[in-house]
Ligand binder design. Sequence first.
Ligand code: ZN
Length: 200
Amino acid sequence: MKYSCFFILVVAALQSCLLAVNGCPNIVSRSEWGARSPSGSKFMSTPVDYFVVHHTAGASCSDISSCSSVMRGIQNYHMDSNGWWDIGYNFLIGGDGNVYEGRGWDTTGAHAGVAEYNTNSIGVSMMGEFSSSMPTQAALQALDDFVTCAITMGKLVPDVYAVLGHQDVKSTSCPGTLFYLDHVQQMTNYNGPSLEECIQ
Ligand SMILES: [Zn+2]
């Protein structure tokens, strides 16, 4: 009995240690959310320089079932209406605090609207509309953790990488004013235009 308790403690300690080292939040795979196969793809060389934050400006969700449904809807829209090869973002984050795999780490996205960023960034979108409300605390934590995860995985250049909001690279209201001001601009290594540059 004593030995089995000790074993359980060791396993639990190892698991929490691995999570801390890896720094990655839970990632729901494409097969888990029921993704269609992409109709094409273009390899993206990593590590990339940029981490671009979006919001979907659509439905929010609060568990794996509802977030998976939102994911399938976005993928259908991007493929069937926009004519893209796949869902545009590399990853998305639900109100449940899970990260949902979009195109993944090594595939060029269709999210920034600017080729030089699509080919050199991880594009991550928060599921919901955040111009006047904030994502859940779980989603915000997952976003912050996911940057660490990207660095640990060797997908984002350490130290000199830049976090940007979509509106820092293109004229758009994305990722939503409140979320952009209250969180994205406060993230480590945020490197959008300075206030001085905006005024000029
Ligand atoms: Zn966007």
